[in-house]
Design a protein around this ligand. Structure first.
Ligand code: NAI
Ligand code: MG
Length: 340
């Protein structure tokens, strides 16, 4: 039996609660004897910044590098410029070259989840508007943000999306873009990602991002893998989370050649932090993606099955209309895993 070294980073707000809940589930999964974990912990985020002046220390990056994979909670970013502050997860994505942000949206047995949805948003994770190059001119009368698109990043994300589609029944890739308005940057992304994906035996279509947003609401079942640039991917993956039950159940993986960090799509949710009512499902499903990534497919499939059993039959957390606490739901999930 392989022993996996997993790094846990709680971060801020409900990050603490959902990581502890996910750890409880993963620890319990060891009892069945098929899996073994050893844990590393590291710190990142706004609370750490307030304490130490550094939101993402090199030591954290080193711990992430030394682990087989990392499970991350969530980190707060202020909506104003704060001198010396770096967005922890955004910095990690670039510093560790976690170039593919993979965000599945699949129907779950919860209120508001649309039947027939089974898609994955593949978001380019290292460039676009997320290079965080913003400048202000004329005493704040004018502000400019740079979007960076490279052929290399567009090529490898197109390649990643096509390989992912190849492993799925429909083998369909939509390259979502805004090349009609931004032919230089978005055009480079579109042409390069399209060409990279077309190397494989998959169907490659292109779609303008605003139409893609509308089509996702109107007929989401038509999509399989959607590959897009960083900011568009951020926005439409919250939309696709909304199609299947909301942010409480949406998971993601930040995957590079060498390292991988798994997390929920949601943030630190300051409005409910500290109350013990956050839905841990998103982080547990992120843990399932992590298990797939490290080759523990059987445990991952079983955990995903347990999530659906618990969502269907167990007490639900508040975001899904119930009153269960974070740890109540984690306990239900673990019970479901043992029988799944
Ligand atoms: P958010 O995702 O934290 O919350 C949006 C809404 O969804 C809130 O009403 C929240 O209570 C609810 N929600 C989110 N996760 C939930 C869960 N697990 N269970 C139940 N309800 C849940 O987004 P928001 O409010 O826009 O951002 C808050 C902070 O989080 C900001 O500082 C933002 O920068 C940061 N953020 C961090 C991310 C990350 O660490 N990857 C991603 C998104 C936002
Ligand atoms: Mg987001």
């Amino acid at each position: 039996m392989a022993k996996h070294t997993i790094c846990l980073i709680e971060g801020d707000g409900i990050g603490h609660e959902v990581i502890r809940a996910a750890k409880h589930v993963l620890e319990g999964m060891q009892v069945t004897g098929e899996l073994e974990f050893s844990w590393l912990t590291a710190e990142a985020g706004w609370e750490l910044f307030e304490r130490t002046g550094n939101s993402i220390p090199d030591e954290t990056l080193d711990i992430v590098k030394s682990a087989k994979a990392t499970l991350f909670g969530a980190a707060t970013s202020p909506s104003k410029k704060v001198a010396g502050f770096k967005g922890a997860i955004r910095h990690m994505r670039r510093a560790l070259d976690l170039y593919a942000n993979v965000r599945p949206a699949k129907h779950h047995p919860v209120p508001g989840s649309r039947a027939g949805v089974d898609l994955i948003v593949v978001r380019e994770n290292t460039e676009g508007l997320y290079v965080e190059q913003e400048r202000s001119y004329m005493n704040g009368e004018l502000a400019v943000a740079e979007a960076v698109i490279t052929k290399r990043a567009s090529q490898r994300i197109g390649d990643y999306a096509a390989k992912l589609a190849l492993s799925r029944p429909r083998k369909l890739v939509h390259v979502a873009h805004k090349a009609n308005v931004l032919p230089v940057t978005q055009g480079l992304f579109l042409n390069t990602a399209q060409a990279a994906a077309s190397v494989y035996d998959v169907t490659v279509k292109d779609i303008i991002i605003d139409n893609c947003a509308m089509q996702l609401v109107a007929r989401p079942e038509q999509f399989d893998v959607i590959v897009t640039t960083n900011l568009f991917g951020d926005i439409i993956s919250d939309l696709t989370a909304g199609l299947v039950g909301g942010l409480g159940i949406a998971a993601s993986g930040n995957i590079g050649e060498q390292y991988a960090v798994f997390e929920s799509v949601h943030g630190s949710a300051p409005d409910i932090a500290g109350q013990g009512i956050a839905n841990p499902t998103a982080t547990v499903l992120a843990a399932a993606l992590m298990l797939h990534h490290i080759g523990e497919h059987q445990a991952a499939d079983r955990l995903e099955k347990a999530v659906d059993i618990a969502l269907e039959h167990g007490p639900r957390t508040r975001d899904l209309g119930g009153t269960a606490s974070t740890m109540d739901f984690a306990a239900t999930l673990l019970e479901a895993y043992k029988t799944a």
